[in-house]
Write a protein that binds this ligand. Structure first.
Ligand code: PLP
Length: 375
């Protein structure tokens, strides 16, 4: 933190620690310019979960029941829906991209046509969602869309632009420490609709209009000046971070050719860690594999397993469609480590630990590379 002594002194001198102070104003301007290519606008918030709560609240069709989202994701969007009085309605995922499956979404949209208040696609693990498809879906079913793009600052869609840049939808990003764009806590809501960004800014500040009275639903969701400062520093580093992480993914793919990686959409993915699907495992086999990797001093995780429809709170408060692919992917998923201090030598070490853990398990696992595909 000593390296930021001058900038911290500037915050002290300004006497403004929050409430959209000078660091935050600079951050929003730079994000709009450098990340979103000058399109639309953005408002920061205290974290992405709060951003999702507010964006869903602003966009959702009142009088309808459901928020449609995939079960294979982090709990934040489902919680945000429930805080808005909605019931999560979980769809399945595509077996290659691990994004919401179009066919599964369509079945649920047709079955609950006038009951879906909002659709919440997920840019899972930073993968780019096809926003043109959601624009068509939104028009056809007359349903709003809010995008959970938490890990995707730095992901670029096929047009070479930041994912979501200029979109008519609110696109919600996270700056949580687990993301490539890591600070401590923080969120960004971007949209090409500047009036929407202005409304969401009021909503992060008690719904205050001008004069300072509440004119719409709101809460305290503002990013602090310290949070904005950390994000300004990260903004200067992010291209190098993304490039280094891409090299690590290339190394992982080279070392672990027998495993299934997520099929990337778009031209660049901001990687937060490296999820791989180990075919032929049931949940217990996957957990045993994770334990054997851990025994070798390598810490791995299992995002997003259990998937949301398996969490006790969501079992009691949501409705699920058919989740066959979700179940298969969630049973065999392992998230391999990635952090900014890592080298390709470290990747080799992790890969060796994974391979030796697989070899020490039953033959069903060592034969997994030749298993039939999910469908
Ligand atoms: C897919 C997804 N959505 C939302 C969030 C929530 O972000 P935040 O921690 O900034 O609230 C996360 C956080 O890990 C996430 O992975």
């Amino acid at each position: 933190m000593a390296t930021l002594a001058r900038e911290l002194a500037e915050i002290e001198e300004s006497g403004t620690y929050t409430n959209f102070g000078p660091k935050n104003a600079l951050l929003e301007a730079r994000l709009t310019e450098r990340v979103f290519g000058g399109r639309g606008g953005c408002v920061t918030c205290v974290n992405a979960t709060t951003g999702l709560m507010l964006a869903i609240r602003h966009e959702m069709r009142t009088g309808r029941r459901y928020a449609l989202l995939p079960s294979f994701t982090f709990p934040a969007s489902a919680h945000a829906a429930i805080w808005n009085g909605l019931t999560p309605l979980f769809c399945d995922i595509d077996q290659e991209t691990w994004l919401a499956d179009e066919g599964s979404e369509t079945i649920l949209l047709d079955a609950h046509r006038d009951e879906i208040a909002v659709v919440v696609p997920q840019a899972t693990f930073g993968n780019c969602v096809d926003l043109d498809r959601y624009a068509a879906l939104s028009r056809f079913y007359d349903v709003p869309v809010v995008v959970d793009a938490a890990p995707a600052i730095g992901s670029q869609s096929t047009d070479g632009l930041q994912f979501g840049a200029g979109s008519t939808f609110p696109i919600v990003f996270s700056m949580h420490a687990t993301k490539a764009f890591a600070t401590d806590e923080g969120g960004i809501i971007h949209s090409g609709r500047e009036e929407l960004v202005a409304a969401l800014r009021s909503m992060t500040n008690f719904g205050f209009g001008s004069p300072r009275v509440s004119t719409m639903p709101g809460l305290n969701g503002k990013l602090t000046e310290l949070g904005a400062l950390l994000a300004l520093v990260k903004l200067d580093e992010i291209e190098a971070v993304l490039e280094a992480r891409e090299q690590l993914v290339v190394a992982y793919r080279g070392e672990l050719g027998g495993l299934r990686f997520q099929q990337p959409q778009g031209v660049r993915q901001a990687h937060q860690f490296v999820p791989v699907h180990v075919r032929g495992l049931d949940r217990a086999g996957r957990d045993e594999l994770v334990a054997r990797i851990d025994e070798q001093g390598i810490e791995v995780a299992t995002y997003f397993s259990p998937h949301l429809a398996e969490h006790p709170y969501f079992q009691a408060n949501s409705v699920a469609g058919q989740l066959r692919v979700t179940q298969v992917i969630a049973d065999g998923i392992v998230s391999l480590p990635m952090h900014d201090g890592m080298s390709t030598h470290d990747v080799r070490r992790v890969a060796m630990a994974v391979q030796s853990a697989r070899a020490s398990l039953s033959t069903s696992i060592s034969m997994a590379a030749s298993d039939p595909p999910v469908e």
